[in-house]
Design a protein around this ligand. Structure first.
Ligand code: ADP
Ligand code: MG
Length: 143
């Protein structure tokens, strides 16, 4: 079981002013922020990130959405991170997301759905590396 996952606060949620509320829920759920940045994705970065969806009918729209305005990738750490974070965000379509989940609270529809979450430990590591170099990750901090 891995302990890392990659979250993104997507352009819709950043633009709607939900960044603080979403980060608060993530931290209260027990995740530690290892790295975070606000960035305006290039087309090639967004296409690379979502390469697994290239053949899906919504791929073009998804890329346009992700490059529309800035987003906030966040590398997170917690035991069982991938599964626990996906539980916290809820189903892809907010209409099917459980009460209290981030997508239920902050997403508009299946496309403009507020946040990303990795779907496996293997992809979590790849996705974190897509946005952050090793020296950007918080390590061994002590007071
Ligand atoms: P998830 O983000 O829950 O892992 P997917 O990996 O299936 O969902 O899809 C990636 C993203 O593509 C979704 O979060 C959403 O923004 C967008 N998306 C998924 N399905 C659709 C759809 N049917 N129409 C438009 N956009 C979609
Ligand atoms: Mg996915």
């Amino acid at each position: 079981m891995g302990n890392k996952t990659l979250a993104i606060i997507k352009p819709d949620a950043v633009g709607n002013g939900y960044t603080g509320a979403i980060i608060d829920k993530i931290i209260k759920a027990g995740f530690k922020i290892k790295a975070m940045k606000m960035t305006h994705l290039t087309k090639s970065s967004a296409e690379g990130f979502y390469a697994v969806h290239t053949e899906r009918p919504f791929f073009g729209e998804l890329v346009e959405f992700m490059i529309s305005t800035p987003c906030i990738p966040i590398a997170l750490e917690k035991e069982n991170a991938v599964e626990d974070y996906r539980k916290l965000i809820g189903a892809t379509d907010p209409a099917n997301a459980a009460e209290g989940t981030i997508r239920k609270l902050f997403a508009k529809d299946i496309q403009f759905n507020a946040v990303h979450g990795s779907d496996s430990d293997e992809n979590a590591l790849k996705e974190i590396a897509h946005f952050f170099s090793t020296d950007e990750l918080l390590n061994n901090y002590s007071e």
